[in-house]
Design a protein around this ligand. Structure first.
Ligand SMILES: Cc1cc2nc3c(=O)[nH]c(=O)nc-3n(C[C@H](O)[C@H](O)[C@H](O)COP(=O)(O)OP(=O)(O)OC[C@H]3O[C@@H](n4cnc5c(N)ncnc54)[C@H](O)[C@@H]3O)c2cc1C
Length: 331
């Protein structure tokens, strides 16, 4: 059984090696994922591909169809905990794909609110939130300031319905275009608008598995650049003061358990877990819903802290702590 599994996984890898000349992006084998995650944690991916174009993506889809290799789409890696054993399949890193930013064609989007300042902005799924916010501050484009301090990509923010106390991704979102890499599915493009854009807290409910977010359109308004910049600057200062951003992490580990009326950090505090350490991972003293990597932490250290908080919260407080962080690979 073991032998069969091994030869299948070698065959899968071989297809990508044999056809590599048709691919223009980076293609690596047994590549450690710690290099691509904010946590700086994670074992190797069997195949690691960083496509540069739609043609590269189509080639990856062909490889997936030929080999049936499992795959995972990696944005900026800021909400992930990758197993110490890595990922037995292919990781597709999006950062070189669509990084365009500009007004959306009016043929695709109609923002006829009667307000002349309103417009629709189109952003590539691979655009980084930090660079996008710099651009919005320069141009005086208001509407996405609530993303301040979130270190991911546009695609990752849509996947996670990322948000802060200032707002959530779903609110200004008008339209999403994706391509499907999933085995046996129609390639696309697929377009989602209006009522099809379904979300809940830190989760999107509309994107089928294996879809890669190519671009998205946002309701924006033109205003004074200083106004946009000052809201971003203030929010950044506030986050620096309250979050342990000097250490690698995945941001909030748990979703806020809303039915309990508490935030996740309050639950962890109530359990006395602030500062609790396992190996080189620690519930941050500064913000206990962050588990930080003190340097050299293993995924298993982080998982041990997660399980400790979950079991104690359930037993001692009757509260279910649900992970916001996404696990990649076997625990
Ligand atoms: C210091 C710190 C602070 C943070 N603060 C916040 C916060 O205030 N609010 C908040 O909501 N989050 C926060 N996060 C978590 C994280 O930044 C967000 O969830 C972010 O949206 C993840 O984007 P990413 O590109 O890094 O996605 P990744 O972590 O790479 O992936 C997350 C998910 O998105 C999918 N994905 C990524 N790109 C694409 C794409 N193009 N197409 C399809 N699927 C894709 C992945 O497959 C995965 O399922 C924080 C994280 C850190 C490290």
């Amino acid at each position: 059984m073991e032998k069969k599994h091994k030869s299948t996984s070698q065959n899968r890898t071989q297809w990508f090696k044999d056809h590599a000349q048709e691919f223009t992006g980076a293609l690596l084998f047994d590549e450690p994922l710690a290099r691509y995650t904010y946590y700086q944690i994670g074992g190797p991916a069997q195949v690691f591909a960083a496509p540069r174009s739609l043609n590269d993506l189509k080639w990856l889809k062909r490889g997936i169809e030929e080999t049936q290799i499992p795959f995972f789409i990696l944005g900026k890696g800021s909400n992930l905990l990758v197993s110490d054993h890595g990922f037995a399949g292919m990781v597709i890193r999006t950062h070189q794909l669509n990084v365009e930013v500009g007004e959306a064609p009016t043929s695709d989007v109609n923002v006829s609110s009667g307000d002349e300042a309103s417009f629709a902005l189109r952003t590539g799924g691979s655009v980084l939130i930090s660079s996008l916010l710099r651009r919005t501050a320069q141009e005086g484009w208001a509407g996405l300031e609530f993303w301040t301090g979130i270190p991911g990509s546009v695609g990752g923010a849509i996947m996670m319905n990322a948000g802060t106390h200032l707002g959530e991704t779903k609110t200004p979102l008008i339209r999403v275009e994706s391509y499907s890499l999933e085995l046996g599915t129609n390639w696309g493009p697929h377009v989602f608008t209006g009522e099809n854009l379904k979300f809940q807290y830190r989760q999107n409910l509309f994107l089928p598995p294996g879809h890669l977010i190519w671009n998205a359109d946002w309701h924006m308004s033109k205003t004074d650049p200083d106004q946009v910049k000052s809201l971003i600057d203030e929010t950044l200062q506030r986050r620096k003061a309250t979050q342990p951003i000097d250490y690698p992490s995945c941001g909030s580990v748990f979703k806020n358990p809303k039915s309990s009326g508490k935030n996740a950090w309050q639950v962890i505090d109530q359990l006395g877990l602030r500062g609790q350490q396992e190996g080189r991972a620690q519930f941050s003293d500064k913000h206990p819903n962050f588990i930080i990597n003190l340097g050299g932490a293993k995924a298993s250290d982080v998982v041990a802290l997660i399980r400790l908080a979950q079991s104690r919260a359930a037993i001692e407080l009757g509260i279910e702590l649900e992970e916001e962080v996404i696990f990649v690979g076997e625990e």
